[in-house]
Design a protein around this ligand. Structure first.
Ligand code: NAD
Length: 738
């Protein structure tokens, strides 16, 4: 048997060690080749009498990252072709058989009547963890980086190789559901406390311990293949089961609003599977897996959250030919809310950070914020005290610009005030090295206009972070008119170093993310003025898939900021650029009642000290809500939230702010939580069809206002029946011709 992905060695005790080590890849994944070779190994285990047991391990740093999702896309493409050629039923049958292959191979491994041990040297996720669950024993090497779990749900799928059946037969159904529905990735201590791992051993002893397990368990069989097996959480129809199942369904509904077919399929597969014998249960899982694989939600999520995000993280938009930058020491100027966050994530990534403010005390205050944030992490068990000390050691508060002589990169996060920024840019440029790139975290000032304050406007770029910096994974990299490739590449190297995802956008008012999200907030405001009760506004937004309602979101970013932006828009673009209803609502809230949002404990919500926030009852004094909420078309209201954002994204494409469709989609989900099941703002339009989207916009424009009028690009695309991904090939140049 010739193999390229696995190596098989048999020792003098007849124990075979299978080492998975795919050439040319940093991680092992299940693809067609690997499945084919492993199937031959399983057959050999069955037929070769010299083999008494088998250890499966990996030659990489990790064990296995799961299935190669391009394999699933190929399967789906084959299904679509077969549907056209032979009809849906035979195509479905073929898809089901293909989708069941991995699971069946694992089952055959499990039934070989010889002990099999997974020797987990590192992380095992998805199909990798499912292989480990199939083994009769699981021994793991002590490794802080190891994560075990089934994250399929995060790309709209369900585990399809036995995961939904083996886990709830190893741990109580309630724990199993949480693990699978949330796609949790467990550290080793948790996994072993849950008994999903038998033993954790020093890395050097891993194989020896795995072999010892085999010798001690020559007749190993899965618990569910032994007589008298009982479910760890008791049967589904039992007193215990009646506590678990109705609640699980209700919680899933509350958390997902029925938007994620995969979540429903996981609950159904586990519930139905636990009622029947194991092999039938595996078939049930395979049916749900096949059906979810065909869903538009899975297609959208795989493309955006796996493929595109992976490509962007690997630097798909980084200009080729620019040597990687060495960012050892950086400066963050402005030690406020954002600056402290940026300094924290940079120091955590190993960089030395000068944290600069107007005076020593202000800079020190910024560092204190970092101390507080890291102490919280330590208290929650998410960080070791030693790591916290090391990070803090790297943060140097200062007010002396002389310290910046040796820095490799500068990020500015001072007040959003043109004069203050100008002063900081000039002072910094006077001391930093002649090739050091300067980046601004401005949220509203055009990068080109700030670059004009620099003696080297081409070495100037925008890096727009989202708050809270340590949790939000997106950074918008903004190109000014003169920004050169080296500045772009350096900014992207910085974003990569702090392990965030970059999107590259051209300069414009509000860049990309804020343009879309401000429309979302405005729609919430306008609905209030139409008489939709505040609770209904918030709930319908969440039902449409948004993580927080528009009023809540506005409270978080501050109502006075929304008011300021509105006034600035009016000054710059004229009265027609703002909605009067929104303006008068914000005037009442901000100017007359000083309700600024969470920051002063008063916004659309009240924030009692130490208590839970609740909607402010006084809203009704500003706008009387209807007595009859049923008169509103719920679907319309929900769609308005998504359409207004998607339409703004389409305008960003037309304006040349967005030049790569992947960035709009990934950016919309990571930056402002645009309903992830849609695959992002542009995939939302593409899946609906541009013609249908334009028709919906026109309908809304007539019924709710001209802000919904579709732009020229969309209308043209609708006429030609084009999609964004079809019309604009991914990976287009970094900047639109100016
Ligand atoms: P902040 O008020 O919390 O912090 C600003 C800091 O800049 C303060 O510590 C202040 O002392 C310091 N500063 C002022 N003048 C200075 C000077 N001349 N030299 C050095 N330091 C000076 O503000 P923030 O919320 O952190 O915002 C900072 C920047 O980030 C702004 O440009 C803002 O638009 C942008 N931004 C903010 C957010 C957000 O959610 N807050 C999000 C993205 C971008």
């Amino acid at each position: 048997m010739s193999m390229t992905n696995f190596k098989l060695e048999i020792d003098s005790d007849g124990i075979a060690t299978v080492t998975w080590d795919m050439p040319g890849r940093s991680m092992n994944v299940w693809n067609e080749d690997a499945i084919g070779e492993f199937a031959a190994i399983v057959e050999r285990l069955h037929t070769d009498d010299t083999i008494k047991g088998m250890v499966i391990t990996s030659g990489k740093e990790t064990f296995c990252a799961g299935a190669d999702l391009t394999l699933l896309s190929t399967m789906k493409a084959r299904f679509e072709r077969l549907t056209i050629e032979r009809g849906e039923k035979p195509a479905m049958k073929a898809l089901f058989e293909e989708a069941s292959k991995l699971g069946q191979m694992f089952r055959r491994l499990e039934l070989a009547k010889k002990p099999v041990v997974a020797a987990l040297n590192g992380t095992a996720l998805g199909g990798g963890f499912e292989l480990a669950l199939t083994a009769h024993g699981r021994i793991a090497a002590q490794n802080d980086k190891t994560r075990l779990g089934l994250p399929e749900v995060k790309v709209g799928l369900i585990p399809g190789a036995g995961g939904t059946q083996r886990i709830p037969r190893l741990v109580p159904a309630q724990d199993a559901l949480q693990l699978i529905v949330q796609g949790q990735e467990l550290k080793l201590d948790r996994a072993s406390a849950m008994k999903l791992v038998d033993k954790v051993v020093p890395p050097a002893d891993l194989i020896a311990e795995a072999k010892a397990w085999i010798k001690a368990n020559p007749k190993a069989a899965a618990p569910w293949d032994r007589d008298g097996f009982k479910l760890p959480g008791g049967p589904v129809y039992s007193a215990g089961g009646s506590q678990v199942w109705p609640a699980a369904a209700a919680i899933a509904r509350r958390e997902t609003n029925g938007n994620y077919p995969a979540v429903k399929a996981i609950l159904s597969a586990v519930y139905e599977g636990l009622l029947v014998p194991f092999d039938t249960a595996l078939r049930i899982e395979a049916r749900y897996f096949t059906s979810v694989l065909r869903s538009p939600e899975a297609a959208a999520m795989i493309r955006t959250l796996f493929m595109s995000m992976g490509e962007l993280n690997k630097g798909a938009r980084r200009p080729p030919g620019v040597a990687p930058s060495k960012l050892q020491t950086i400066a963050v100027i402005g030690a406020g809310f954002m600056g402290a966050g940026i300094a924290q994530v940079s120091a955590r990534a190993g960089m030395m950070v000068y944290l600069v403010d107007r005076d020593e005390a202000a800079a020190q205050k910024g560092k204190e914020h970092i101390v507080q944030a890291l102490t919280d992490q330590v208290n929650k068990g998410r960080m070791k005290a030693a790591e916290k000390d090391m990070i803090l050691e790297r943060v140097r508060p200062t007010a002396n610009y002389e310290d910046l002589r040796s820095v490799d990169f500068v990020v500015e996060a001072v007040f959003e005030n043109r004069d203050v920024k100008k002063d900081v840019i000039e002072k910094t440029l006077a001391v930093i090295g002649k090739d050091v790139i300067f980046a601004s975290n401005t949220s509203t000032l055009p990068i080109t206009s700030l670059a004009a304050y620099s003696s080297r406007p081409d070495d100037f770029v925008g890096v727009h972070f989202f708050s809270p910096v340590d949790r939000m994974m997106l950074v918008e990299v903004i190109l000014g008119k003169k920004t050169n490739d080296r500045a772009l590449a350096t900014a992207m190297d910085f974003v990569k170093a702090i392990r965030k995802t970059p999107i590259v956008v051209n300069d414009s008012r509000g860049f990309f993310a804020n343009r879309c999200v401000l429309n979302y907030v405005r729609e919430g405001h306008i609905m209030l003025t139409e008489g939709v009760p505040a609770a209904m506004v918030e709930n319908l937004a969440r039902m449409a898939g948004m993580p927080v309602g528009p009023l809540s979101l506005n409270d978080e970013v501050a109502l006075d900021l929304a008011w300021k932006i509105l006034q600035a828009t009016k000054t710059d673009l004229g009265v027609k650029a703002v909605d009067e209803r929104q303006e008068s609502l914000l005037e009442e809230m901000v100017v007359k009642r000083e309700r600024f949002g969470r920051k002063n404990g008063k916004g659309f919500y009240d924030y009692p000290q130490g208590g839970k926030k609740s909607l402010w009852p006084g809203i009704v004094d500003i706008i009387k809500p209807t007595d009859n909420p049923d008169k509103f078309d719920r679907d319309d209201l929900m769609r308005r939230f998504l359409v207004t954002q998607a339409l703004e994204a389409a305008r960003c494409v037309e304006d040349g702010v967005i030049t790569d469709m992947r960035e709009a989609d990934v950016g919309s989900i990571l930056g402002f939580g645009f309903s992830p099941f849609t695959g992002g703002v542009l995939t939302y339009i593409d899946q609906m069809g541009t013609e249908a989207f334009v028709a919906l916009c026109e309908f809304f424009a007539k019924k709710y206002g001209k802000r919904f009028k579709p732009n020229k690009l969309l209308k043209e695309m609708a006429e030609k029946n084009e999609t964004f991904y079809g019309r604009f090939a991914s990976g287009a140049g970094a900047r639109q011709a100016a």
